[in-house]
Design a protein around this ligand. Structure first.
Ligand SMILES: [Zn+2]
Length: 252
């Protein structure tokens, strides 16, 4: 179910379906369906526990969890409790908080691992920011998502991958090079409005063209306004367009 949900969100954001699901959920401010189901089941389990001992439902619950029985229900609840310890005396708000905390930590863990290979440019947000405000179904917001997910369709994930930048035939074919370093993009970057976009972004952090943190900040890690981010999206779209022209000119 989670991957159906993630695919749907990937289509909305117009990014590839093989992008990081955790990052997509975080961008959209959504909980995965599996977490919503886990929360509901744990809430219900606590509710059953609080019923008077004489009720049939409470008796059935105790019987079900006694050593004499095994059931899918018991196994599932025990698995949830193994991941996210909850006391049956918890109030509903405590259950919700515990599940959110578990979900958040789990997500961060996955994103941390994926930063090594596919999320180098994905900004770090404070937790609980909800849907990212730049996402408005425009061309610009889609391009920002693609760059954040390190999947800007540059051809470096194709089979065979294009590893050398086709625009300058020299640098690495990746997002960081294209945005800040590719000499074939120098005259574009010097256009007045593009220069202004770069100037606005640069003073906010120590600028190092080879540091993924620089692109991470440029893609919203500096918590700039959605308007500013859209200007940057337009900037990226033009660079990407130029890059596609270079790929098409390549002789195979
Ligand atoms: Zn280049």
């Amino acid at each position: 179910m989670d991957s159906v949900q993630a695919n749907f969100c990937a289509d909305l954001m117009q990014v590839r379906r093989n992008s990081s699901h955790s990052a997509i959920f975080r961008e959209m401010g959504l909980s995965p369906v599996s977490i919503i189901a886990m929360r509901r089941k744990l809430l219900y389990w606590c509710r059953l526990h609080k019923l008077p001992e004489a009720t049939w439902a409470r008796k059935a619950l105790e019987e079900c969890f006694s050593d004499a029985w095994t059931s899918k229900y018991k196994t599932e609840i025990q698995a949830f409790l193994g991941k996210c310890p909850i006391d049956p005396s918890f109030k509903p708000s405590q259950v919700r908080n515990a599940v959110s905390k578990f979900s958040h930590q789990n997500e961060i863990q996955i994103i941390k691992m994926q930063r090594d290979h596919s999320l180098k440019y994905f900004p770090d947000y404070p937790s609980g920011m909800g849907r990212q405000s730049y996402i408005n179904y425009s061309e610009e917001s889609s391009i920002i998502s693609k760059f954040r997910l390190e999947n800007a369709e540059l051809g470096n994930r194709d089979h065979p991958p294009i590893l050398i930048c086709p625009s300058c035939n020299n640098g690495p074919n990746d997002e960081l090079h294209l945005v800040f370093s590719c000499p074939a993009m120098d005259n574009l970057r010097e256009e007045v409005w593009m220069q202004a976009v770069l100037d606005e972004a640069v003073p906010k952090h120590s600028f190092n063209k080879d540091d993924p943190m620089t692109l991470r900040a440029f893609l919203g890690g500096d918590l700039c306004s959605p308007e500013t981010l859209h200007k940057r999206g337009k900037f990226l779209r033009i660079l990407q367009q130029k890059h596609f022209e270079s790929i098409n000119k390549r002789v195979y």
